[in-house]
Ligand binder design. Sequence first.
Ligand code: ZN
Ligand code: ZN
Length: 362
Amino acid sequence: MKKDSVLNPFADRLAALVTRLRRRHLTAAIVQGAYNQRGLIGFGCDNGRLLVPSDGTAPVFYTDFRYIPEAKRKSPWVKVRNLTRFEAEAAGLLRTGRSKVGYEGAITASKFLELKKMFRRAEFVDVEKDLLLLRAVKTPQEIAKIAAAAALNDRIWREARREIKPGMTEREIQRIIRAWMNALGDGESFETIVCAGANAAECHHVPDDTVWRRGDSLLVDMGVKLDGYCSDMTRCIRGSAGRKNGIPSRYDEIYALVLSANRAAIAAAKPGITGKELDAVARRMITKAGYGKLFGHGLGHGVGLEVHEYPVASKRFNTVLKPGMFVTIEPGIYIEGELGVRIEDLVLITKDGCEVISQSPR
Ligand code: ZN
Ligand code: ZN
């Protein structure tokens, strides 16, 4: 295939970035975050600078010799050059007057100071949020990859459920899930959370030697990585403790409440709703039942190259959801020393609603 006939699958996102740079009167953006690079050209690394000019000239990816062959292979649509040429070439672009340059606010202070030293006269403008918003709307290829990671996550949960048994420790259960993720995928998106019984009251409990006792509940929050993309899902196995003569235990009541909040938010997830409004749908229901203070985290987050991305469904996120965005729906209630319930599904915002991607039984 001829080089110029190979299309960058992220071309639209890159073009949208250029539009944003122009709107903000920026001469260029210097993108140094590996995930942001990857979301614009298909490759990213920890020692690279992607120079995106706003004047329509082609972006150039600069990196050191270790990454050059892979960058060329994975991003044949972009010019790849040695990082040693970056300063001189970028200076040529930024020389005219007092240029405004986009950078990512999340880069380390040392990386930022390095840029400041190179381009003393430039004014640096944080474009991190622009990049995250652009990455939030997935390309068709990305949608397929995230859906594949979520489907594999469902399969791993099914396989793991056959192996995990009361009497095992949280760590042993974590190891079983991890082994499946390593065997069938590219490992974990994040450290698998396994909480037996009352340990589930800690949202991000680190699995330890606590034994999962017969009759106790179990909470598992897991996500497998596949082809660079993440998945994320939480399931609770309901215990039997406290259930007497068919009368539901407090655990069962709370489980039913969290499940209704999850369902209500899924029903409300559609283009046009803000992250804040979506969060409120689930929060209202839980608050009305008297547990509002025990739902201490946001409803959900985007998933993609990273497990936590934009959009955010929380009290503070006013950004409007759009088709092509993934968001998790994960209401939870945590009672210290007693129990914790969280039910997390990954959904894809579509033209007129959402598609539930997580298929594991709840
Ligand atoms: Zn999760
Ligand atoms: Zn999550």
